[in-house]
Ligand binder design. Structure first.
Ligand code: MG
Length: 199
């Protein structure tokens, strides 16, 4: 299953970089992503995690972010559940993980990522942040999860656009906040993916 064929918004070079840092981070703690959509990033990352025998926790409420809703820029009617009158990417996600033969590695956690972060209890060695892109959603995820990232652990953030003309600002603001806190250093980037390391 080629992850580039799965619906999603991650470029192949971003996927490759994520998987490389996930394998590094999982040596230090659990590997977690926030914002799975139909599983493109999940498959890039879990393909490599599977070789280590570890799990990959994929968190999403599967109802889509603001920009995915009807009449918004990134609405896709193929993920619309007419009965629920809501987006539902979970069946697509589950099918893609099955096709990719990653069901033993990927643990889907369906719910609010910030709420899950507050209840989470294990050290995290790799966190991929790609959830809601409003300031309140991006901040809530950051605040709920940042304390779980262990020393040397990786925080990767998607859709970081230093120039506002290229896209929304909250992921960029969260990235700047993480660096300004003195807890993280920027170690790599490609396209709109920024990779930080916990000092
Ligand atoms: Mg994204």
């Amino acid at each position: 299953m080629d992850p580039a064929k799965v619906k999603g918004f991650l470029s192949p070079v971003e996927g490759q970089m994520l998987s490389q840092y996930a394998v590094q981070g999982v040596l230090l703690g659990e590997a977690v992503e926030i914002g799975s959509w139909c599983g493109r990033s999940t498959i890039y990352i879990a393909n490599e995690i599977a070789k280590t025998g570890r799990l990959f926790f994929a968190i999403d409420h599967h109802r889509g972010s603001e920009e995915n809703q009807p009449n918004w820029e990134w609405f896709d009617k193929e993920v619309w559940d007419e009965q629920a009158k809501a987006i539902d990417t979970l069946p697509h996600f589950r099918n893609n993980i099955r096709l990719a033969k990653l069901e033993a590695t990927v643990v889907a956690m369906v719910g609010n990522s910030a709420a899950i972060g507050k209840a989470w209890g294990s050290p995290v060695g790799f966190l991929f942040l790609d959830g809601g892109h409003t300031m309140s959603a991006a901040l809530a995820d950051y605040r709920a999860w940042v304390g779980h990232i262990t020393q040397g652990g990786i925080l990767a953030i998607h859709d970081v656009f230093p120039d506002p003309a290229d896209g929304g600002r909250p992921p960029f603001e969260v990235c700047e906040m993480a660096i300004a806190s003195g807890l993280f250093a920027r170690i790599d980037q490609v396209d709109s993916l920024m990779v930080l390391q916990r000092l």
